[in-house]
Design a protein around this ligand. Structure first.
Ligand code: V47
Ligand code: SF4
Length: 370
C-alpha cells in the first residue's frame, strides 16, 4: 500500500516495520494507543490482517455450556458468580449437561465452549466424565473447555499436577483451552480486580503445560476498567513471549469490561473508538498470534462488523443463547444467537469473505453434522 504523505516521523518508522513484518516495541505500541489517528490504526492493522488472512473473516458453529455459576472467588468485575445457596445460582447435573449436548445433535455444530464458575467441590474426574458424556453424544465435536483458573482448582482438588490433570482431561476428550481467566496480568491491577484466583505465573504455566501436551489454547485480556495502556502492553508482552516459546496460542480475544451488576460498575465502560483502537494495537503488537477474535456477544454485532477493518479476522460463532457471562454484565445481546446466514451476511456487507472454520481454523466447506 502507498504510504500516505501526512505521516509523522514516528508513524513512518512504525509503518515501515509493519510492512516489513517486524515486531513492534512496547514504546511503539504505547505511541499507537495514544494516537488520535484511528484511521491510520485501521490501515496498519489491516496490512497485517490481510497479509495473514486476506479478505477472509472466519466464524464457527458452536454452543456454550456454563456448567455452574457457583464460584469460590469474588472478582470485582464479575456479574455472573454466586455463592452456594445464593439466589440466581445454578449447577447443572451431568445428566442435564448431557441433555444440553443432545439438543445439538444433527445441528451441524463443530465446537462446544465450556466455561463456568470455580466450584468448591469438583475435581478432574467430574469434568473428565462430563467431557466423555458430551463426546458420546456428539462424537465429532471439538471440546474447548475450562479456563486456567478453573483448571488450577480442579487439579488441586484431585491432588494432581497441571500435567497430570490436563493429561487426564485430554484422555477424556479435551481438545483445547479457552483464553479466559487472564484478565490483566500486571500485579498492580490483578491485585485489585482478582487477587485470590490463579496468578499470572500460574495462568501462563497452565497454558505452557497444555501447549507442551499438544493442547492448543486461546488468550484473553479484560480491558477498559482500571488498567492503563502500559498494563495492556505488559499483558500482551507476556503472551508474545510464551507464544515465541511454544507456538500454542491460536487466537487472542480482547474482552471489553461490561459494567452492570458488579463491584467495578463505578468505573464505567470505554467507547467503541477505544474498542477499535485496542483491536488494532493488539493485531499490530501480537505479530506471532495468528488470529484476533471479536467476541460479538460482548461488543454487539455492529461493533464486531467494524472491527474487521481494525485487525479482527474471526467473529467466533453462531452462539446460541446459552451464555450468560456477558448478558448478566449488561451486554447489548441479551440472548446472543446468529444463524450462519446472518453471520455470513454481516461479514459480506462489511466487504469481507465469510469462511466457516473448525476450532483449529481449518476451512469447512460443507455443513458438518455431528
Ligand atoms: O475470564 C467476566 C470475562 C472471561 C466480565 O477462548 C467479563 O474463545 C467483561 O473464557 N465484562 C471468561 N468480561 C470467558 C472466556 C472466553 C470468552 C470468549 C471467548 C473465549 C475463547 C473465552 O469472561 C473471564 C473474564 O475475563 N468476564 N465478567 C465482565 N463484566
Ligand atoms: Fe469466579 Fe470467574 Fe467470576 Fe472470577 S470471573 S468470580 S473466577 S466466575
Amino acid at each position: 500500500m502507498q504510504k500516505p504523505s501526512f505521516l509523522t516521523a514516528q508513524e513512518i518508522v512504525i509503518w515501515d516495520k509493519v510492512e516489513a513484518g517486524e515486531p513492534l516495541t512496547d514504546e511503539e505500541a504505547l505511541f499507537l494507543y495514544h494516537s488520535r489517528n484511528l484511521g491510520l490504526l485501521g490501515i496498519l492493522a489491516t496490512i497485517v490482517r490481510e497479509r495473514l488472512h486476506g479478505k477472509i473473516a472466519y466464524y464457527n458453529r458452536n454452543f456454550h455450556i456454563e456448567p455452574t455459576n457457583i464460584c469460590i472467588y469474588e472478582c470485582a468485575f464479575c456479574s455472573f458468580a454466586r455463592k452456594p445457596g445464593e439466589p440466581g445460582g445454578w449447577e447443572y447435573t451431568p445428566d442435564e449437561i448431557e441433555s444440553i449436548a443432545a439438543s445439538y445433535v444433527g445441528k451441524g455444530v463443530t465446537e462446544v465452549h465450556i466455561v463456568g464458575g470455580v466450584h468448591p467441590k469438583r475435581g478432574i474426574e467430574y469434568y473428565a466424565d462430563i467431557i466423555r458424556r458430551i463426546k458420546r453424544i456428539l462424537p465429532g465435536i471439538h471440546v474447548k473447555a475450562f479456563t486456567a483458573v478453573e483448571l488450577k482448582v480442579m487439579c488441586a482438588r484431585s491432588r494432581m499436577s497441571y500435567r497430570e490433570g490436563l493429561s487426564a482431561l485430554k484422555e477424556a476428550g479435551l481438545d483445547s483451552l479457552p483464553g479466559g481467566g487472564a484478565e490483566i496480568f500486571h500485579p498492580e491491577i490483578r491485585q485489585q480486580i482478582c487477587a485470590t484466583k490463579a496468578s499470572t505465573e500460574e495462568w501462563l504455566e497452565i497454558h505452557r503445560t497444555a501447549h507442551e501436551l499438544g493442547i492448543p489454547s486461546n488468550a484473553t485480556m479484560l480491558y477498559g476498567h482500571i488498567e492503563k495502556y502500559e498494563h495492556r502492553i505488559h499483558h500482551m508482552r507476556l503472551l508474545r513471549e510464551l507464544q515465541a516459546q511454544t507456538g500454542g496460542f491460536n487466537c487472542f480475544i480482547p474482552l471489553k469490561y461490561r459494567k452492570e451488576n458488579n463491584a467495578l460498575s463505578y468505573v464505567g465502560e470505554v467507547s467503541i473508538i477505544e474498542d477499535l483502537k485496542n483491536y488494532a494495537v493488539s493485531r499490530l503488537y501480537l505479530h506471532n498470534i495468528p488470529h484476533l477474535k471479536a467476541y460479538w456477544p460482548m461488543i454487539g454485532r455492529h461493533t464486531a462488523q467494524i472491527s474487521l477493518s481494525f485487525g479482527v479476522d474471526d467473529l467466533d460463532g453462531t452462539i446460541d443463547d446459552t451464555t450468560k457471562i456477558y448478558s448478566m454484565a449488561g451486554a447489548e445481546e441479551q440472548h446472543p444467537v446468529m444463524t450462519t446466514q446472518e453471520l455470513e451476511e454481516l461479514i459480506r456487507s462489511a466487504g469481507y469473505v465469510p469462511q466457516e472454520r473448525d476450532s483449529l481454523y481449518r476451512p469447512i466447506h460443507t455443513a458438518t453434522v455431528s
